[in-house]
Design a protein around this ligand. Structure first.
Ligand code: SAM
Length: 193
């Protein structure tokens, strides 16, 4: 039987293709892309249709797109093929993760939270490696599952001691309805040692 996360997300990618396919890359990644190491090995975690990973692949980085949803990764591959770029898809459950030590130049973590990954990221990046992280933060005005939502300040604390290039807790606004606004945390940091 398929993992429940895979079932849930495969259904979403199949029924909401227009929402997920060919999305614009995140502003955080666009802002720092010029500074990333050419050809750098990049892991797009819980990549789905991989908007951030595909953007970096177009700029010559080598990108592994990891996700539990085959349907999401198929969208990523379809988009990558249209753009004639390579993307290496891997189907993986990231709730109990393991990554090799000091191998990655860049990690992308957008809109997915699995706290055991914090320790993995600390060891999997090379010294000087880049972490891009953006996801939802708990918000007193909205009920949310704490397993899938950061506490305020948590992301920054998890990578204290790294070179912090950008940190913010802000609002993601889609449309004019304040009910749809969601609190998010952003971090761009480099591993120092
Ligand atoms: C909100 S989407 C974000 C996708 C992509 N990072 C983006 O920003 O467009 C969350 C992603 O997490 C993936 N996911 C959920 N549970 C997972 C798990 N246990 N292991 C790996 N990926 C998982 C889903 O398949 C989905 O692609």
């Amino acid at each position: 039987m398929a993992h429940p996360d895979a079932q849930f997300w495969n259904t979403r990618y199949l029924t909401e293709k227009e929402h997920w396919f060919r999305r614009r890359p995140y502003a955080l990644v666009r802002a720092y892309a010029d500074q990333l190491p050419p050809g750098g090995l990049t892991l797009d975690v819980a990549a789905g249709a991989a908007p951030a990973g595909i953007y970096l692949a177009r700029r010559g980085l080598r990108v592994i797109a990891m996700d539990i949803s085959e349907a999401g990764l198929r969208l990523a591959q379809q988009h990558a093929r249209e753009l004639s770029v390579s993307l290496y898809p891997v189907v993986m459950d990231m709730t109990d993760p393991w990554l090799p030590s000091a191998r990655l130049d860049v990690i992308l973590n957008f809109y997915y939270l699995s706290r055991p990954l914090f320790a993995c990221y600390r060891q999997a990046l090379k010294p000087g490696g880049w972490l891009f992280f953006e996801t939802f933060v708990q918000d007193t005005h909205r009920s949310c599952n704490p397993a899938h939502t950061l506490e305020s300040g948590e992301l920054y604390s998890a990578f204290q001691g790294w070179e912090i290039l950008h940190r913010a807790e802000t609002w993601r606004k889609r449309g004019t309805d304040p009910q749809s606004h969601r609190k998010i945390a952003q971090l761009v940091a480099r591993k120092t040692t």
